[in-house]
Design a protein around this ligand. Structure first.
Ligand SMILES: [Zn+2]
Length: 297
């Protein structure tokens, strides 16, 4: 199995999980992984959970996170979910290359859904010259998210860590799509079978996406959780979670929904291909990665 792309069918829709690359979050650019991902958690609570995941607090020096975009071919529409990080890191920015290897050109895509305005999700909107990488698509984003990044709010409300990088990516990538943009204020159908789901907290207008076809459902939770441990301990938040209280409420709502609706789940930062199911465990949930799906090719 190739580890850059992963084909699966959801009802009548053909989907491809596509890697944009992997970023190793490590000092000095980022805090150590445990502090970065579970910043509000006392060490004595953290250690046993990490051990269950074969991690040791002292030895966990880098969080290797894939960036996983998604192509949904509905027959009517070819939709891309998030655009990757472009040149954020030498190991990211592989989306266009991996699409091309699948025989998909930028003009084959008609809709790009942006779950939120962080660099790893909007970085691939423009190329190195600032031109749109997907020139003739309809972009979709939550209105509060657009407002946050294109007004002075982000400048005023973000803490200093990484702020210049975040603002730089937003300033480069968001203004060029202004005339191609649908801003959502309510949960709505984006294209037939693809629905926007409000998921605020990680960022002010963070959005999840529910895909339904022929009795099957895929819930794309984007950065609602960053690591499988967040499912077991939904109250443990990452330093990059903008509003922790809202993050916890959104996690509980979406994870409950995934269980009750028996949805397949896609998580942007999980080990590739980021697909799995969620089950109840104790007072939280547990991630069960999908080992095998229907491989089309
Ligand atoms: Zn992300």
């Amino acid at each position: 199995m190739r580890n850059n792309t992963y084909h699966f069918k959801l009802g009548d829709f053909e989907c491809i999980a596509i890697s944009d690359g992997t970023l190793a979050y490590r000092p000095p650019v980022f805090p150590p992984p445990a502090a970065f991902l579970f910043g509000n958690t006392p060490e004595e609570q953290l250690e046993p959970l990490l051990e269950n995941h074969n991690l040791q607090l002292e030895k966990w020096v880098a969080w290797e996170s894939p960036y996983i975009c998604l192509i949904i071919n509905t027959g009517q529409h070819q939709v891309l979910l998030d655009t990757g990080a472009d040149d954020l890191d030498p190991n990211t920015g592989q989306l266009l290359h991996n699409l091309k290897a699948e025989g998909i050109a930028p003009h084959d895509i008609d809709t790009v859904i942006l779950t939120h305005g962080h660099p790893d999700h909007i970085g691939g909107i423009t190329d190195s010259e600032g031109k749109l990488a997907f020139p003739s698509v309809r972009y979709v984003m939550w209105k509060d998210e657009w407002g946050f990044w294109t007004s002075e709010q982000a400048e005023l409300r973000l803490d200093e860590h990484g702020k210049e990088v975040l603002l730089g990516f937003a300033r480069k990538n968001l203004p060029p799509i202004r005339d191609h943009l649908d801003l959502l204020e309510h949960e709505t159908e984006i294209t037939p079978g693809i629905h926007a789901v409000a998921a605020p907290g990680h960022t002010p207008g963070h959005m999840a996406v529910a895909v339904r076809s022929n009795g099957e459902q895929l819930l794309c939770i984007s950065d609602t959780v960053l690591h499988p441990i967040h499912m077991e301990k939904p109250e443990w938040c990452a330093l990059v979670d903008f509003d922790p209280e809202q993050v916890v409420a959104t996690r509980r709502r979406l994870l409950s929904r995934a269980v009750s609706e028996e949805a397949l789940v896609l998580a942007f930062h999980f080990p590739f291909p980021g697909l799995g199911r969620i089950v109840h465990k104790g007072e939280g949930w547990q991630w069960q990665p999908t080992e095998r799906l229907v491989i089309i090719d």
